[in-house]
Design a protein around this ligand. Structure first.
Ligand code: SF4
Length: 450
């Protein structure tokens, strides 16, 4: 018997306004078409109708409202976007039944709203990509980008001039993507951005409907909802990267203590000397970080903190550098990466006086590495004899396997090397008794349930 390919939903479009709005309409339709949607030339044949509005003049607004009214009357399932989308209250007051409203250039929101209103029936015969999209990482872990750009202007960084200011994704879009990844086999979600703690600032931390309630565009709320994607039978690790220690970071520590998200924070401190941090123009540069780290550890003793530091930033004196080494002794960070300062074309730091000579930078870098290796070795030694949950990255099929504990992010941190790991596969999570450690890695044996 022939396999019946389900026909795709059809989208109708009413496009009003200027050429820029027309280009937006084309872009939205191109994306929907590439997602497999059909297009409908009339209201009758459409499963959902998009109205791309204009809000330039009062007369254009009235024309937009009339077009929405006509689409509601003729079809009933209407999504509004474009310039008048900025006046969502006016639209919703007059047409409470519209399915979604978004502003100009919010392509992701519009396309997401169409997917929600008229989902594509999955078909393994026609889908070019799996439900969760194409991935360059192994199936069991996935990076999820929650925002693009950055509002800071750190002196050594050119990212804001390339990527612009912070633009956060809607929390429901992030969660929908994460949910698909989990359904497709992801066991570990790696949350990335330039500045994860600032997530949602540009959206004024507004809320969007999610499941039976709402979710706020805020790091804490997003982390909590991401944590709920795991279950006792299918645990999911949620790992936060590029977190700056703004005051509200304190709120995610209890979520880690509860086991809802992974007790791991990647905080790129870059230095500790207040003078150098000021010259670097670092965000959340405050004196009480050590006190806060101590409080976080009191709430969540298993917390792993990873960071990176720069040696040889312009103006760094031996005193500043020694301050950093002493600070590290006190902070006892679990994982530390070190870099030598390099002038990047276009960075403000290049114009700063008192460049540190290369040989001095090199010598400080070596001392920094030595300090970090000693702290890491001592921290790992203390884990010998303990039980750790480990996710398997590679199994050789002959009893050897390599994985990571919750303290280890892929690619950047250490690994856990297993013996007698027969029958394990990539993505399995197992309890491991730690038997040995070196400067960066742990060694252990899985304890399988009897
Ligand atoms: S280094 Fe500073 S400016 Fe660059 S992306 Fe990070 S926070 Fe933003």
């Amino acid at each position: 018997m022939a396999t019946r390919i389900p026909s795709p939903p059809k989208v109708g479009m009413v496009s009003l306004g200027c050429p820029k709005a027309l280009v937006d309409s084309e872009r939205i339709l191109t994306k929907l078409r590439s997602d497999g949607y059909g297009l409908s030339p009339d209201f009758d044949g459409a499963d959902v109708v998009l109205v791309n509005t204009c809000g330039f003049l009062d007369s254009a607004k009235e024309e937009s409202l009339e077009a929405i009214g006509e689409a509601i009357a003729e079809n009933g399932r209407v999504i509004v976007t474009g310039c008048m989308g900025k006046e969502a209250d006016v639209i919703r007051a007059r047409f409470p039944d519209v399915l979604a409203v978004s502003g100009p250039q919010q392509y992701e929101e519009v396309v997401g709203a169409v997917h929600e209103a008229a989902p594509m029936p999955p078909s393994p015969y026609v889908d070019l990509v799996p439900e969760a999209g194409l991935k360059l990482t192994p199936r069991h872990y996935s990076y999820v980008k929650i925002s693009e750009g950055c509002n800071h202007r750190c002196a050594f960084c050119i990212i804001p001039s390339i990527r612009g200011d912070l633009v956060s994704r809607r929390p429901d879009a992030v969660l929908r993507e994460a949910e698909k990844l989990v359904a497709a086999g992801t066991k570990e979600l790696l949350i990335i951005s330039q500045d994860t703690s600032a997530y949602g600032l540009d959206l004024k931390h507004a809320s969007w409907p999610w499941k039976d309630g709402d979710v706020r565009a805020h790091m804490t709320d997003l982390a909590r909802e991401l944590g709920k994607l795991g279950t006792a039978e299918n645990p999911v690790w949620v790992r936060l990267h590029y977190v700056y220690p703004y005051p509200h970071v304190d709120q995610v520590i209890p979520l880690m203590a509860e086991g809802l998200i992974t007790p791991y924070l990647d905080i790129p401190f870059q230095h500790a000397s207040p003078r150098i941090l000021k010259a670097m123009k670092r965000p959340a540069n405050e004196a009480k970080v050590l006190e806060r780290i101590a409080k976080w550890r009191a709430i969540c003793p298993d917390l792993t903190i990873r960071s990176t530091f720069i040696a040889g930033f312009p103006g760094e004196t031996e005193e500043d550098f020694q301050y950093l080494l002493d600070w590290l002794d006190e902070a006892q960070l679990d994982r530390v990466g070190a870099f030598r300062f390099e002038p990047v074309e276009g960075a403000q730091a290049n114009a700063l006086p008192d460049a540190v000579p290369d040989e001095v930078t090199e010598e400080r870098y070596a001392r920094l590495m030595e300090k970090c290796a000693a702290i890491s070795a001592a921290k790992l030694q203390a884990k010998i004899g303990s039980m750790r949950k480990v996710i398997i990255d590679v199994a050789d099929g002959e009893g050897g396997a390599t994985g990571r504990s919750q303290a280890d992010a892929p690619e950047i941190d250490g690994e856990v090397h297993l013996r007698d790991a027969h029958g394990l596969e990539a993505g399995d999570m197992v309890d491991v008794r730690i038997e040995d450690a070196d400067e960066h890695d742990l060694f252990g044996v899985p304890e399988m349930p009897a």
